[in-house]
Every structure is written in C-alpha cells, then in structure tokens.
Design a protein around this ligand. Structure first.
Ligand SMILES: Nc1ncnc2c1ncn2[C@@H]1O[C@H](COP(=O)(O)OP(=O)(O)OP(=O)(O)O)[C@@H](O)[C@H]1O
Length: 811
C-alpha cells in the first residue's frame, strides 16, 4: 500500500452489491451499533474505520491525517509506480488504467471522528411540537387582538391565516394600543413580518373608518402622506416584505406601498414617490440617498420606522446610513394634521415609533437599539405559548424551531464532495419527499464552481415548436443560474433543477433566480451563500444543507431557519470535518439534540444505486460496484471533468451569469500582468474553465475559512486543515497555490511550531508550486495574518465588493 492513501486506486467490485440489513425498532444507538457490527462483518465499507470514543483535548491534533510525501514536481504521478500489494485497498478500475489517470484513494488515511456515536443521543427523541406555528384557532384569533373585522376577515379568507402566531399575539395588541418603541424578537419563521405590518395597516386604515367601522366619506389615499418606512438589509428581503404588504393591502386598495431598493434608476423611484405612497420599504443606503436628493420625499407624516433584520444591517455596515435616516426623520417636525385636514394624532401614534426586529441578539443589535430606540418594550414569543410547555414561563430561548430535525455529518475532507452528491441523491430518491433544498456555501466562487460541477453538461437541445417555452416562461436572466442537475436525479425524480444565488450576480439575475426557485414545480436545489440566510421565506423548503458551516452561530440559526417555518416540518444537515469541528455542535443553541450521522451511511444510502455517469463509467461492470467503488468512480469522473481539454469542456465554468465571469477573468488578467512584470511568458490559456473555477473556489474557501468569528475559531482552526485533502473536495488533484500570504504564513508557522515537519509546510501552504513561503502568483488578495484584525478587514473589503451583502466573494 502506498503511503497516505496514494494508490492505484479503484476496484471494480465484481461481487454483487450486498443486500442491506435494515434495523428497525429499539433505540437509536442500538440500531446504529447493530448496523455497524453487520457492516464490519461484511467487510463492506472503509476498512480503516477505528472504534470511536469520546473526544479529548489532544484528539483534535492527533486526528489530523499524516501527510503524504511530495514528489519533486509536487505531482501525484509518482504513485502510479507503487506496486499494489495484497492489502493495498481497492484496485483501479479498467477505465482509470486505460486513461492513465491516477488519483488518491478516497477511503484511506482519513481522520476518524472523535465523537462517541454510541453515546449520543442516549434516548430516542420524541418528535417535538412546532414552536413557531400559529396558535390554536379556538384560543386566539386576529379579532381578539384588536385587528379590525375587515383585516381579520381578509387574513382568514384570502390569506388562509385564521390564528396568530405567538409573536403576533404579543406584538399586535401592544403596537395597536401603545405608542412605545418596540424590540420584536422571535425565532425564525414565526411571523414577525405580519407582527409589525398588521398594527401599522390597521391604524392607517382607521384614519378612513368611523368608530363603528363604517367607511368615512373621505378616505386617506396615496397622497395623504407617508406614514411608515420599513428598512431591510437586502433588496430581496425588501421585495418580499412588499409582496406580503401588498397582499394585506388588498383589503384597503386606497393605500399604497412601494420599494426604493436600488437596482433601477433613481428617476423612476422618484417618480413613484412623487405619485404618492403611504408605506415605503427600502434598503438603508438607497433611502439615505433619497432623503438627501429627493425633495418630494417628505417625512413629516412618518409615524413608524421599522428596522427589520436589524443586526444584519449593522453587520453590513449600514450603521451610518441608519444614523442619518433616524436623525433626519426625528429632525423633521411631526405633522399632526395632513393637508386635507385629516387629524392624525390619536389614530396614529402621537410620537414617532421605532420597531426593531431580529431573531437573534448580537452586540450590534444593542448598539442599533441605542441609535434608534427610546424606552422600548421587548416583545417576545414566550415558550409557554409556542409549545404548550406550562412550566417554561417567559424565558427567551433563541434557538432553532423545535420541530426542525437537525443532524451533522462528520465527513473527512476528501469525501465531502461525494458525500454531498450521495446526500442529494438519496434526498431526491423518492417523489415528493423533498421538494426544495438549500445548500449554503461559504463564498461566491465556491457557489459558482459547485453549480457548474453539479449541473447537467448535456448540450441544450434546440427547441422544437412544442417544447420551446412560451415567451412568458423563459427568462433570459436565469440562463446561467438555473439548470437541470446531473448525478442527483432518480427514476422517481427525473428532473431536479439547480439554482445558484450570490451577491456578485446582477440584480435582475438575482431576482429572477430567486423567483424561479420559489416557483419551481420540479424538485429544486438552491446553491447559495449567506445572502439567502436572512428573512427569505420560500415555501416548501424541506431541507437545508450547511455544506460549509456558518461564520457565526447566529448566522447558522438564520440559515437553518429557511426551513421549518410557521410550524411546518424541516430538516437541517451540517457538514463537519472530523476533529476540532466536531466540538462546534456543543455551542449550537438547540432545543432538540443534533443527531450525528456517519458519512459512510450517507454514501451507502445515496450510492446504493449507480450514479448517472457518462457511458465510460457506467459499464455493466460498474453497475455491480459496491458503494465504495461507486464513490471512487464518481470522484474519478469529477476529477477527469476538470482535466478535460478546453475543447471538451463544453460550457464548463462559462460566464454570462451576470457576475461578468469575474473570478476567471480577473484571475487570468492578474496572472498575465504578473508574468509580464517578471518578464516571463504569460500563462497559456488552455486550461479547462471548470478547473480554473475549482482552483479559485478552493482558494476563496480557504480564505473564508480563516474568517470564522474569533470565539468559534477553536473549532474552525485553519491550521488543522489538510489542504491536500480539502483540494479533493473540489475535485482537484493538486493543491492550488495563491491562497493568500497571510493564511499561508499562519499555516506555515503553526505547522512548524507544532512539530509536524518542515517538509510538509511546503505541501500545505504553497500548493502545487511547492515553494515555501510563496502563496503563488495571485495572492495580492491575501487577507494578512489570520487574526481578528485581518478578519475584520476582510469583511470590510467584502462589504465593498459585495455592494450590500456580507457574503464572501474573494476575487
Ligand atoms: N398567523 C399566521 N398563520 C399562518 N401562517 C403565517 C402566519 N403568520 C405568518 N405566517 C407565515 O409564516 C411564514 C414566516 O413568516 P415571516 O417571514 O414573517 O417570519 P419571520 O419571523 O420574519 O422569519 P425570519 O426571522 O426568518 O425572517 C410566512 O410564510 C408567513 O406567510
């Protein structure tokens, strides 16, 4: 056997696939134990899986894989010469030998999990009652909260909302009857949007109604004044709030709302404001701009300022804009009576009310409160109301919704990609079990790469008159962001649609892609960055996969909160590396245990049937493969796609998604300029764009990894990453250079001081070039030392690049 798992790699198992023994009943840990024993006795699965035990402090370092020796040229080819021995693991499949391709084995030299799977969780967990569902109709209704008959009826008949949620029950009467500022805090998907919209609409409508509810002769209308401004961090969120508000306002069509969010000309936004608006929904930057430059925007009548997703706005650097907005509104004298003589005081609040909303509490929310709130009431959804727990009282628990089933998969770096595909494959194996899934990835480059890798590469067939979509159906903005998926389809789900979304896409592309994902009738997957983590309310999201863990715990809660909304069920799966990352689950606030899953059981389930690979990989022989050799064949296939000549690369990594092909073009231009400076020949432009995309994604991923918040870096320790293994998760056979001076240096220092051998420093930090201390050719974007300061600078830089989104997008 070659060292560190480098072998002639694949076996075409000619033994028939072993029938899987299903263990039912009894306790979770007993079933798991029985399954594992059965697996070991069958010898099916990675032979090297050691018994697991409880982690100790020393485990995290010890669990790192030993590094393979590098060759002079840093290549893997050398391992082709290592003779196989009897115990050398799986044999190379015939197609691998024919093409001369050699790759490291997926199943050897992987670190094992330190979690004691046998002891967690101890008991079978009862399905939990939903914590964010509407309350029972018998106990509560909107009328009893003080909402007018007209609005309550409209909610029940047109929007199918008969009873309020807990936060609505607590917030609506307070905001209808009181004039205090308020801080609304409740878990994700609990209906905070309507909790603040309903009282606002109710009170503005009351201007047009007599005390007995009959309409007044003169109603307020769109020109009667701007009464409320709602701020949200992203354009998507603003649009979503506008959609909800428009639905509510259908029962009061004389009232008008609009958005000012950028992405269209300021002139047309001004024109809409001039026509008259009663409720304005805006991003902070754009509103601050209009307050400076749009004279017709009069805030004298404004009675409510709502700051939705307050902490996110602070994170995204909107603090100054919010200060400006708050002070400008406060500075304008409060108009007591509008020009038509309608008395506003009494019906509307007699002072300006600020409402701050958040599911999670961060330090910056407190700061935002200081900027915007005065003597605010803190309104929460109490536990006792949400899940019937009589003893719970008012204690605030900011955790995921109780009905959300959470699990984590401890997956070695090398196996991440195939495990993700296997998970998706089993997810979509049955019709109707999962309709929509969201995969969160750390950075835009990695989203681009995974989208291109997982989408179907078959050339698009020319449309026939019958098959061509109608003009209305086809949206040119989604040509590069929506595509059928390869690999994860099943006989039951022949079409699974892939979508990608990140902040580098042009606004029309972002909007069209989100719309396509929301409305997709086929099973659908959205691959995205944290831009989709906040507030987005897409119906029928059944599964959230955190392929890269969030950068901070509150972000994790928001991400997984895209499923299990308003009492519906949902699942969330978190990918973690063996070792220090496993400890991360201990700091996640959750009401139900996070179930650990074995990656091999995911692979076994997902790859129980053959993956749809091109014909060279799907001979009748490979049909008979075991799940391990199917995983290896899949990895080999993906790696070979990256190595294909550009001519064969079809549209791999193609641009045209509205981001302007930023990563590839920018990298190439930089490399050319550097080569010119050095007087060297510019690099040849013959590489496969998918390979370029993979390298860029890898670099950005590693840089992003270095920016986990300080308190969580004990779990996400960049010095523990095995770059060579991680490269495999990007289907790369060599570790790309150019990660960035700071990250590389840090890794060098730590590996040197931890006595892991000087030779390895080169391998880890400098990648294929093998030059210690040099980050490669394009590392000017390095983030400096991986310390708090560097992480902060990195985030600031990203904010600038991202134009109002805080995801990672490292070009
Ligand atoms: N009273 C209700 N009855 C039924 N469904 C409701 C009710 N109130 C809200 N919903 C639905 O619940 C979902 C979540 O609502 P909303 O987006 O306001 O949640 P949120 O608390 O703001 O979540 P997040 O913190 O993730 O932004 C929406 O689909 C909404 O239509």
């Amino acid at each position: 056997m070659a060292e560190d798992g480098m072998l002639l790699n694949f076996e075409i198992g000619d033994a028939p696939l072993k029938s899987q023994v299903k263990f039912k009943g009894g306790r979770w840990r007993d079933r798991l134990k029985a399954q594992r024993t059965a697996k070991q006795s069958h010898g099916d699965g990675p032979s090297s899986t050691p018994p697991r035990r409880k982690p100790t402090a020393g485990d995290y370092d010890a669990s790192r894989p030993s590094k393979r020796p590098r060759t002079e040229d840093g290549d893997y080819q050398r391992y082709a010469k290592i003779p196989r021995t009897a115990d050398a693991g799986p044999k190379a499949p015939s197609h691998a030998i024919k093409t001369g391709q050699v790759s490291s084995s997926l199943f050897t030299s992987n670190p094992s999990a330190v979690t004691d799977f046998d002891q967690t969780p101890a008991e079978e967990v009862e399905p939990a009652k939903p914590s964010n569902a509407p309350l029972s109709e018998e106990a509560e209704n909107f009328r009893s909260l003080g909402v007018s008959r007209r609005v309550a009826q409209h909610l029940a008949t047109k929007l199918e909302m008969k009873a309020p949620t807990a936060i609505q029950k607590n917030a609506v009467p307070q905001l209808i009857n009181g004039d205090s500022d308020a801080f609304l805090q409740a878990e994700t998907g609990s209906g905070k949007t309507l909790a603040y919209l309903l009282p606002i609409v109710h009170r503005i409508m009351a201007l047009s109604l007599n005390e007995d509810g009959t309409p007044k002769e003169t109603k307020v209308h769109r020109n009667s004044g701007l009464f409320a401004i709602i701020l949200a961090p992203t354009r998507e969120l603003c649009k979503q709030i506008a959609v909800v508000l428009e639905k509510v306002l259908r029962c009061a069509p004389w009232l008008v709302c609009t958005t000012v969010i950028g992405g269209e000309s300021k002139k047309s936004e001004k024109a809409r404001i001039r026509k008259g608006v009663n409720i304005l929904i805006a991003t902070p930057g754009r509103l601050a701009d209009h307050l400076d430059n749009t004279k017709v925007l009069n805030v004298g009548t404004v009675r409510w300022l709502v700051l939705d997703e307050g902490d996110r706005m602070m994170e995204m650097g909107f603090e100054d804009d919010i200060r400006t907005i708050v002070s400008k509104i406060r500075a304008d004298k409060l108009v007591k009576e509008n020009p038509e003589g309608v008395v506003l005081d009494g019906v509307l609040p007699s002072r300006r009310v600020t409402i701050l909303c958040s599911a999670t509490m961060k330090m910056n929310v407190q700061k935002l409160g200081e900027i915007s709130l005065e003597d605010a009431v803190h309104i929460m959804a109490s536990k006792s109301e949400t899940n019937g727990d009589a003893e719970a009282g008012n204690e605030a628990v900011f955790a995921a919704p109780s009905q959300l089933k959470q699990s984590c998969i401890i997956t070695p770096a090398k196996l991440r990609l195939v495990t993700l595909i296997a998970l998706l494959k089993s997810t979509f194996a049955r019709k109707g079990s999962v309709m929509k899934a969201i995969i969160f990835i750390s950075c835009a480059d990695s989203v681009d790469f995974h989208f291109h890798l997982l989408k179907d590469t078959k050339p698009v067939e020319p449309p026939t008159p019958d098959s061509s979509p109608s003009k209305e159906d086809r949206n040119p903005h989604t040509d590069a962001t929506v595509a059928p998926a390869a690999y994860v389809t099943s006989p039951a789900n022949k079409t699974v649609m892939l979508h990608k979304l990140h902040g580098s896409l042009a606004q029309p592309v972002r909007s069209a892609t989100l719309n396509a994902f929301s409305k997709c009738k086929d099973p659908a997957v959205l691959i995205t960055t944290d831009i989709s983590s906040r507030g987005l309310d897409v119906p029928a999201v059944d599964l959230v996969i955190e392929y890269d863990p969030a950068f901070a715990v509150p972000d994790h809660l928001h991400r997984i909160g895209r499923t299990a909304r308003a009492g519906r069920p949902g699942k969330a799966v978190l990918f973690l590396l063996p070792g220090s990352e496993e400890g991360y689950t201990s700091i996640l606030p959750t009401k139900t245990p996070i179930m650990p899953q074995l990656y091999d059981s995911i692979l076994q389930k997902g790859l129980a049937s053959a993956v749809n690979l091109p014909s060279t990989f799907t001979t009748s022989e490979t049909e008979k493969q075991t799940w391990t050799s199917r995983a290896e064949a899949l990895q080999l296939h993906l790696e070979q796609r990256l190595l294909a000549k550009p001519d064969n690369a079809t549209d791999e990594g193609a641009d045209g998604d509205g981001s302007g092909g930023k990563a590839n073009t920018a990298t190439k231009a930089k490399a050319k300029a550097k080569a010119k400076q050095r007087g060297a020949k510019p690099p040849r432009e013959t590489s496969n764009p998918l390979l370029d995309a993979a390298r860029q994604a890898f670099r950005s991923h590693i840089r992003a990894y270095a920016t986990h918040v300080r308190e969580e870096r004990v779990y996400f320790d960049i010095t523990q990453l095995h770059l060579g293994h991680m490269a495999k998760a990007f289907a790369l056979r060599e570790t790309p250079g150019g990660i960035g001076g700071g990250v590389s240096r840090r890794m060098h220092k730590t590996t040197a001081s931890s006595g892991e051998g000087g030779g390895d420093k080169k391998t880890k930090a400098s990648g294929s070039g093998g030059k210690a201390g040099k980050g490669g050719d394009d590392d000017e974007d390095g983030i400096g030392e991986v310390d708090e300061d560097a992480a902060r600078r990195m985030r600031e830089k990203m904010k600038m690049v991202m134009n109002a989104s805080s995801e990672f997008n490292i070009g």
